[in-house]
Design a protein around this ligand. Structure first.
Ligand SMILES: Nc1nc2c(c(=O)[nH]1)N[C@H]1C(S)=C(S)[C@@H](COP(=O)(O)O)O[C@H]1N2
Ligand SMILES: [Mo]
Length: 449
């Protein structure tokens, strides 16, 4: 097991990888360009109360640039697995072993399904660390791993991996039941990841409220109900174990909290969301995990933008966005089932601007509304009165989104205004202002009757 390829230099890959690379020139890192460039420039640095150091390993964004690896250590987020599998596939040989240190339960199975052979050793990372900046990891707590063959036996390759970790100064436990170890960590993850986000605080805050213990019991109860159905029974006192294990790390946040704070995607779909999904599949109710998944998604997922969403902003108390479904659900008396009656030659379902502009609270003194095309090339400004009197936003044709070729997915039309040029195809943004806004209409464009 000479050549080791570490994928990712985040809190997990960065920390363990840097240790592995410390006295070993055969450890390389497959990294995204930003991190790759940072590590090329300044090395990979671990800052820790228990000793800081910098290593300067080989780095690249293309797996082919390295010698073929004997061991690949995956330390990336669960949601990056598909992309990573594409990247490593070309350099896999019959002997390559893949060790996963990722959160989530089904990483190993996804790898085996994809590469279709016994190439995977399961792992669990026990660590609390954070990316300070690309190439710099701040380490706070722990820093150990448990590894195991999925079938439980002590294989030669397992012992070789263990030796690598131990030689690098990383405590490495051999797990005879790595699936169970993963489920145990899953229990902890499903409790404290979403809770630290929801309470916007460290784990101690959760531990110190007696009501929270009931919630923790329910979360863990649902997780263990799923694991038991999947033939991985966990002890009955799992909730108490989760709480107890947390007391000695009371001050920490979680990776989900950290992801949320810096605007990264969270792993909710692979933690509580996975429990909900499995629960549906297996007929096991998971209401608390479902509530947590929904709340974390609502809190952390970025507002939808781009095609299919139109946003009202400018002089409003709070910008609002609509997709087609949201427009459809506006009150019936704001809807026009088919605009043909009002504007021959135009077809489709529309919502009246009068109704649409009632949704956001407008600043008191606004008097204009500007409709911007998504591509930024076209805009027309109407007075608020004109928009309310004549404006229709066309958004559906025959039960489908208004096609691009017809100015969709959202098209402003203004029947009765007497200016065809005022209509905007592909509206992405409706901006409310005091005074007129941007207007690209040609003055030479002849007014139509
Ligand atoms: N996004 C966008 N919308 C636009 C335009 C444009 O160039 N880009 N041209 C406007 C003008 S001047 C006219 S007359 C009509 C033409 O609509 P049609 O292409 O459906 O005939 O679209 C209006 N909306
Ligand atoms: Mo026009």
């Amino acid at each position: 097991m000479k050549q080791i390829l570490v994928v990712g230099a985040g809190s997990v890959g960065g920390f363990f990888g840097a240790h592995l690379a410390k006295n070993n020139p055969d450890v390389s890192f497959l990294l995204r360009p930003t991190t790759r460039d940072a590590v090329k420039r300044n090395g990979l640095t671990i800052r820790s109360a228990s000793g800081s150091f910098t290593v300067r390993p080989r780095v690249a964004s293309e797996a082919r640039e390295f010698p073929k690896p004997d061991l690949i250590v995956l330390g990336v987020k669960a949601y990056d697995l598909d992309e990573v599998m594409d990247q490593i596939e070309p350099v896999l040989s019959e002997q390559t072993v893949i060790l996963t240190l990722q959160n989530g339960i089904d990483t190993e199975d996804r790898l085996i399904a994809r590469f279709n052979r016994d190439c995977v050793v399961g792992g669990v990372a026990f660590i609390y660390s954070k990316i300070a900046e690309p190439g710099v990891i701040d380490h706070y707590k722990k820093g150990a791993v448990a590894i195991g063959e999925l079938m439980g036996y002590e294989s030669e390759r397992l012992l070789k991996i263990r030796d690598r970790f131990v030689a690098a100064g990383i405590p490495c436990q051999l797990s005879k039941d790595i699936r169970r170890s993963k489920w145990e960590k899953m229990c902890w993850n499903c409790v404290f990841n979403p809770i630290t986000v929801l309470i916007n605080d460290c784990v101690a805050k959760a531990l110190d409220h007696p009501e929270m213990l009931g919630v923790i019991r329910q979360i863990v109860g649902e997780v263990t109900a799923i694991s038991a159905t999947l033939k991985v029974p966990l002890p009955l006192d799992m909730p108490e174990r989760v709480v107890k294990a947390t007391q000695e790390i009371r001050d920490i946040h979680t990776s989900m909290y950290d992801d949320w704070k810096v605007g990264r995607q969270t792993e909710i779909a692979y933690l509580n969301g996975y429990i909900v999904e499995k629960g549906r599949e297996l007929g096991v109710p998971t209401p608390v995990n479902e509530a947590l998944t929904a709340m974390i998604k609502a809190m952390t997922e970025k507002e939808k933008v781009g095609p299919g969403v139109v946003k009202i902003d400018g002089a409003v108390v709070q910008p609002v966005s609509f997709d087609r479904e949201a427009l459809r659900q506006l009150p019936e008396d704001h809807q026009v089932a088919d605009v043909t009656t009002m504007m021959p030659g135009m077809q489709g379902r529309a919502v009246k601007l009068k109704g649409l502009l009632e949704v956001p609270a407008l600043h008191i003194d606004v008097d204009h509304v500007t409709f911007h095309s998504v591509d930024g090339t076209y805009a027309s400004t109407l007075t608020l009165q004109q928009a309310r009197d004549f404006g229709l936003l066309l958004y559906e044709l025959d039960g489908q989104p208004l096609p691009d070729g017809k100015g969709g997915p959202f098209r402003l039309i203004t029947p009765g205004l007497g200016d065809l040029c005022a209509n905007v195809k592909g509206v992405g943004r409706i901006e409310v202002t005091k005074g007129p806004g941007r207007d690209t209409r040609q003055t030479t464009c002849p007014p139509k009757p």
